[in-house]
Ligand binder design. Structure first.
Ligand code: ASP
Ligand code: MG
Length: 448
């Protein structure tokens, strides 16, 4: 389950109305298919993650790339993360002084990491005769709410950046930070620079938002688990959300939601290798050869609770899951099968770290309901096949279950959505299941 809240939606709506107005026609220019854009004068937002700016040499390499895009005639806005390890280092310093530092002061501290890289990269660009200027969130006008350490962007004032672009400059903006109405510095949550980049791209109506990182794109599954995993040329926002909410942590999920909402073409690509990366887009690949399944996602962070022998009456699901929700425990897969008899079992999964707490919450509930007991199991994992092609193709579930049957993997629970089928299995079979599904859906690289 993704963490889109009503608040997100409201913020997002405000942003659309305030900044961009209704946009009927998006990206009238052709979609960019290579990182070096084959048409002049695009507006590109590039974001460089911590490893991409991890040393003076790497900052130099980033400056070389930005200078090259600039010399090809593009308007460039660059968003940077802190140098790799820096945010953790700052956090460590804070914790040495105070166990629970005030969130406002933590933000004041953590936001400095990104400011360092904006200044260094601006210098590196200056050294290459590119006019560049560093911007903090305050200097841009990235307005957020006051939820320190996990602030949400509410509005972006694009004027300062636009003025800089008009004189041919490259604004270099600090990612991960914002400012609230009182002028306090806020941060957007770990990995938040991705969201800064997408929000700026939406506000500026950029042609593409490019996220440079240490992997060369989004893969059909984790390449560390399956040798034959392939880089995807493109994937839809919906598929990407399903893939990343289940462990493919290439991008901060919130940035993908944001890009989907504003239809910002988003490209993930490597800072260190060439290649087109993966384009995350609203366009579905409708070609004949388009695969039905985009990828196989998996998550080990699952644990299962079963309330045994609950009465088969109206209101039972609520009486079990109500208290779990009140304890702020997120429930993932739910299974209940009514046999039309008096009692049934009720099973659901939560994040592993929440299993004990959920069991505790249920202890009094079990007594109240006159149920048997609560069984727990944290040796499970979830495997999902994800693809928008499922909407128009039947037989995906059958292919999935046959592949698992062929390798003798027992399915404990099943859940489906329009573009995803997930199964809960015993954790020790996870690799086997992922490999066999990857090949059953024809995703393995074909050696030629
Ligand atoms: N520097 C911040 C972090 O490490 C933000 C980011 O890298 O996106 O989480
Ligand atoms: Mg990062």
């Amino acid at each position: 389950m993704t963490d889109v809240t009503l608040h997100d939606t409201l913020c997002a709506l405000t942003l659309t109305l305030v900044l961009t107005g209704p946009r009927m026609v998006l990206n009238t220019r052709p979609l960019i298919t290579t990182p070096l854009i084959p048409y002049p004068m695009a507006l590109i937002v590039q974001k460089y993650g911590g490893t991409s700016v991890g040393s003076v040499e790497r900052i130099g390499a980033v400056a070389d790339r930005v200078a090259r895009f600039k010399s090809e005639g593009h308007d460039m806005v660059v968003v940077v993360s802190a140098m790799s390890g820096e945010t953790n280092r700052l956090m460590g310093l804070a914790k040495e002084i105070q166990k629970n530092p005030a969130p406002r002061e933590l933000d004041a501290l953590l936001s400095t990491g990104e400011k360092v890289t904006t200044a260094l990269l601006s210098m590196a660009l200056g050294e290459r005769a590119v006019r560049a200027k560093s911007f903090s969130a305050n200097q841009v006008g990235i307005l957020t709410d006051s939820a320190h350490n996990k602030a949400r962007i509410q509005d972006i004032r694009a004027e300062a950046l636009q003025a800089e672009l008009e004189v041919g400059g490259v604004p270099v903006v600090a990612g991960f930070q914002g400012v609230d109405v009182q002028g306090n510095v806020t941060t957007l949550g770990r990995g938040g620079s991705d969201t800064t980049a997408v929000a700026l791209a939406a506000a500026l109506k950029a042609d593409e938002c490019q996220i440079y990182t240490d992997v060369d794109g989004v893969y059909t599954t984790d390449p560390r688990m399956v040798d034959g995993a392939k880089r995807l040329d493109q994937i839809t926002f919906e598929e990407m959300l399903e893939m990343s909410s289940m462990g493919s942590k290439v991008l901060q999920i919130r940035s993908v939601e944001f890009a989907g909402k504003y239809k910002v073409p988003l490209r993930v690509l490597s800072s260190f290798e060439g290649g087109p990366g993966t384009l995350i887009t609203t366009e579905e690949d409708t070609s004949m050869e388009a695969p039905v399944i985009a990828g196989i996602a998996f998550n080990r962070d699952e644990a299962k609770l079963t309330v045994v022998g609950v009465p088969d009456n109206p209101g039972i699901a609520y009486r079990i899951l109500g208290p779990v929700g009140e304890a702020n425990i997120e429930v993932d897969v739910i299974l209940q099968n009514s046999r039309g008899e008096n009692s049934t079992d009720f099973t659901f999964t939560v994040a592993r770290g929440d299993m004990e707490a959920a069991a505790e919450v249920l202890t009094p509930v079990v007594t109240e309901l006159g149920a048997g007991e609560v069984l727990t199991d944290d040796h499970i994992a979830k495997v999902s096949v994800v693809g928008v092609g499922m909407r128009s193709h039947s037989g995906v579930a059958a292919t999935m279950f046959k592949a698992l049957a062929d390798v003798g993997v027992n399915i404990q629970m099943i859940s489906t959505s329009e573009i995803k089928i997930s199964v809960i299995i015993e954790e020790k079979f996870l690799e086997l299941a992922v490999r066999s599904l990857h090949s059953a859906f024809g995703l393995d690289t074909v050696e030629d």
